[in-house]
Design a binder for this molecule. Structure first.
Ligand code: NAD
Length: 542
């Protein structure tokens, strides 16, 4: 910044629209959905500001209607990845030098485009491509992505304001330089907001990006790119490539200029990528930054002082919204014996009241899981639970992939607290509950801590304040986002920065200054006003 200490607009969370019958937003999103559903798009790679069609394409279908084709997308070859890298490095020359307010202006504009002219489109694309209900699409693709963009601009300026002390004879300044080289964003299918934020927040800090979206999110990734283009992200700053993830990653990570990985997805894949970076470490010009937010086995613990209806609601909302495909979704719960009959009754009533089907019918609460691989995996676990004597399915358990990948929301009661579905991330609408003896609260907290390799989200429900405190201490290392008397999902940018530890990730808290700090390399500048001319210090005098 050369000519002023500019203030940015104070970030506020985007209000969530209701989509009630008769509302204009409901008509707009359904019109956009129908138009997309009844036409076919062809999604190119996007490199150096140009649409690249490789001719090697794959079709896209909604998970809730897998025989219906809504378009194709083009797959990259190795040469396209090389082009994306070289073009990014070329773009870096100008982008890394442009004043921050120009970068801020672009991403603030992107937020307004999503809030206004692109809102129906990006929500409809997310409903269709990822099978989200309109509410789930609204809180993700519209509101969370807008929040990421606006709050990150504010956090960027907070970081720039953070300066060291100076003295009258020396002025100390920190410049928050972008990383040298280019960075790589690898994004998951389940949040359009994460897909947009991972490349955008790095670019906002002055970096140039190669972005590989999930194959199951291409449709809404295309809308994100349309927004970025219209907002004025210059050619080469964010390059989008689709295709074989191993080939793309190997090509990116073989480059000596690779300087950072921003990943969200499963734990196994993240560890594989970390290994690849380690194997290439001698080739890099700089130590790559590694940020990964990964899997979870998120828990709800009810204390005997909790309210049974509140516990049941936390379980039902926490486990089943978006078919349990949130990294934060509750998938194991611990309920005391004395309230189990009540909790069980409420949960079964709620689950039996769900309507399941296409998100285009807004009365459906549950839609399809993302793809056949996920469907088959979940069906296998349900069959296993039906066969196992130490597990009992108390509601759900059915599945049907004839039209879409529909899995009934399912509750398993496990006799063994280490039963497989108490420990393994399934990433679907399956909740496993262990009923514990009321007196075994302390032992149960220990069990919660030791059952899973993950540490993403978790919740305690209790009215007894000593019980809350006990859980808060006993569980302090097993959730990066911990909730008291609430469900463990629904983190809001600016309010609950999100991320977990242990096998759940590097806990760099998306949507906070902590995350943005990973994408800069500070340069300390000390300027001395009266430069010494004699090496001798006073103590050397006779
Ligand atoms: P995934 O790991 O299958 O895919 C994530 C990304 O990695 C995709 O772009 C995919 O194409 C890519 N990928 C897959 N195999 C790869 C390989 N061998 N090399 C390089 N890249 C590869 O995850 P998903 O199914 O898209 O998302 C669900 C997972 O993401 C869950 O485990 C969930 O818990 C996690 N998640 C975590 C958070 C968080 O903040 N902690 C948020 C969202 C999702």
């Amino acid at each position: 910044m050369g000519k002023g200490f500019f203030s940015v607009p104070v970030a506020v969370n985007e209000p969530i629209m209701g989509y009630a019958p008769g509302s204009p937003e409901r008509d707009a999103v359904l019109n956009a959905y129908n138009e997309m559903f009844n036409s076919k798009i062809d999604v190119p790679l996007y490199i150096n500001g140009k649409d690249i069609k490789t001719g090697n394409t794959r079709t896209m279908s909604p998970p809730h209607d897998h025989q219906h084709v809504v378009g194709t997308y083009h797959l990259a070859e190795k040469s396209h990845i090389d082009d994306a890298i070289s073009t990014a490095l070329e773009a870096r020359k100008a982008w890394s030098q442009i004043p921050w307010e120009q970068r801020a202006g672009i991403f603030l504009k992107a937020a307004e485009l999503i809030a206004g002219p692109y809102r129906a489109k990006i929500n409809a694309a997310t409903m269709m491509a990822q099978s989200k209900t309109v509410h789930q699409a609204e809180i993700d693709a519209a509101c969370e992505l807008i929040d990421f963009l606006r709050f990150n601009v504010q956090y960027m300026t907070d970081i720039y304001h953070d300066q060291p002390e100076s003295t009258s004879d020396a002025w100390n300044r920190i410049e928050y330089r972008p990383l040298e080289g280019f960075v790589y964003a690898v994004t998951p299918f389940n949040f359009t907001a994460i897909a947009g934020n991972l490349p955008a927040c790095m670019a906002m800090m002055g970096n140039v990006v190669v972005w590989k979206p999930s194959d199951s999110q291409v449709f809404s990734a295309k809308i994100i790119m349309d927004v970025f283009k219209e907002a004025g992200v210059p050619a080469g700053v964010i390059n989008v490539v689709f295709g074989d993830p191993v080939m793309i990653t190997d090509t990116v990570m073989a480059s000596p200029d690779f300087s950072g990985l921003h990943f969200t997805g499963s734990t196994f894949i993240f560890k594989e990528l970390w290994k690849k970076i380690g194997n290439n470490i001698h080739n890099y010009k700089t130590y790559p930054r590694i940020v990964g937010e990964t899997g979870g086995k998120d828990f709800i613990v009810a204390h005997k002082s909790a309210n049974a209806k509140q516990v049941a609601t936390a379980i039902v909302r926490g486990a089943f919204e978006f078919q349990g495909q949130k990294c934060s979704a509750a998938s194991r719960a611990y309920v005391p014996q004395s309230m189990w009959e009540d909790v069980k009754k409420y949960v079964i009533e709620d689950v039996n009241s769900f309507k399941i089907g296409s998100p285009a019918d807004l009365s459906n609460f549950i839609t399809a899981v993302i793809h056949e691989g996920s469907f088959d995996k979940l069906a296998k676990y349900l069959d296993q639970a039906k066969a196992d004597s130490d597990a009992e399915i108390i509601v759900g358990g059915g599945y049907d992939k004839s039209k879409g990948y529909f899995i009934e929301p399912t509750v398993i009661v496990a006799k063994d607290p280490k039963y497989t579905t108490m420990c393994t991330e399934l990433f679907g609408p399956v909740m496993t509950i262990y009923v514990y003896e009321d007196e075994a609260y302390a032992a149960t907290l220990k069990l919660v801590d030791e059952t899973s390799e993950y540490a993403l989200t978790g919740a305690i429900l209790a009215t007894d304040r000593y019980a809350v405190e006990e859980a808060s201490k006993a569980l302090q290392n097993c959730a990066g986002n911990f909730y008291v008397n609430d469900k463990p999902t629904g983190a809001v940018v600016g309010q609950q920065p999100f991320g977990g530890a242990r096998a759940s990730g590097t806990n760099d808290k998306a949507g906070s200054a902590l995350n943005l700090l990973r994408w800069v390399s500070p340069r300390m500048i000390k300027e001395t006003f009266v430069t010494p001319v004699d090496y001798r210090y006073p103590f050397l005098g006779e």
